[in-house]
Design a protein around this ligand. Structure first.
Ligand code: R5P
Length: 269
């Protein structure tokens, strides 16, 4: 009986996290608080050359309904928290903005929501996470918690991120998304009993920086990435996603990924 009850959850997780235990999620949800983000003005166009290289796509219901072909054969992680913007009072003041019926109707393979640990709205976002986990577990839908830092990017250090990830997992998140940090990232992963994926953050100066942190994060135990701007805001998005995919699924080093990036860029791979 237990096996039967777990089947949906296991099946959805298996769609997201591949047989090698790794995952590349491509998020295009930024518009939910940033409006028409650069290079994401038309999300359907942005992902056209990219989606085939991703294991799952992350977006809101609005973008899914309006910009994505329903015949697309990629699992969707639906962003279901929101109701705060970059021009508003506080980015942390989010609520759940999508019902469980809608999540099921749109055939989401998972849902994601932000948690703002340490903010004025900590209690609200963590309570919302608990509520979402309760609703989604009933239907075998995994919840991915996004450890958000709002505007305070300096919060991206191991002690804080480890706390956020652990708390989100304790509340019931099946996967946690967090930022990479150069020091002690292994402590973030080791203290979290569920798989951890790395978010990219604002676009880096060079492409190589991304390959370096993705490689290092994977060595330290992350199962993959949920990386957006450092793919689709770059000059060569296809080369970028293929190189990142090679680090995640084919054990490429950052150096080898850079080589593949150059080859794809030059039309040689
Ligand atoms: C932002 O809050 C969104 O949830 C993004 O999915 C997340 O930040 C990952 O995208 P990026 O790599 O652009 O930071």
């Amino acid at each position: 009986m237990k096996h039967y009850m777990d089947w949906g959850m296991k099946n959805r997780l298996a769609q997201l996290i591949q047989a090698d235990g790794k995952a590349l999620f491509l998020p295009i949800d930024h518009g939910y608080f940033q409006g028409p983000t650069r290079m994401l003005e038309k999300p359907g166009e942005t992902i056209k050359p990219l989606w085939q290289y991703a294991d799952a796509l992350m977006m809101t219901r609005g973008v899914l309904r309006n910009c994505i072909d329903p015949a697309i054969s990629k699992p969707v992680i639906m962003r279901v928290s929101g109701a705060a913007t970059v021009v508003g009072e506080d980015l942390a003041n989010e609520n759940l903005v999508t019902s469980i019926e809608e999540i099921i109707r749109l055939n989401a393979s998972a849902v994601s929501m932000s948690v703002f640990v340490g903010s004025k709205y900590e209690h609200q976002s963590l309570s919302n996470l608990a509520k979402l986990v309760d609703e989604c577990e009933d239907y075998g839908i995994p919840v991915m918690a996004v450890t958000a830092v709002g505007r305070e990017l300096e919060k991206r250090e191991a002690r804080y991120l480890a706390l956020c990830c652990r708390v989100a997992a304790e509340i019931g998140a099946r996967v946690v998304k967090t930022y990479y940090c150069a020091e002690n990232f292994e402590k973030v992963v080791d203290g979290c009993p569920v798989p951890v994926v790395i978010a990219g953050g604002p676009k880096t100066e060079t492409q190589r920086e991304v390959f370096d942190f993705v490689y290092d994060g994977m060595q330290k135990g992350a199962i993959g990435v949920n990386l957006g701007r450092n793919i689709w805001q770059t000059e060569h998005p296809v080369a970028a996603i293929r190189a990142i995919r090679a680090i995640i699924h084919d054990d490429y080093t950052a150096e080898e990924a850079q080589g593949l990036f150059e080859q794809v860029k030059a039309g040689k791979a």
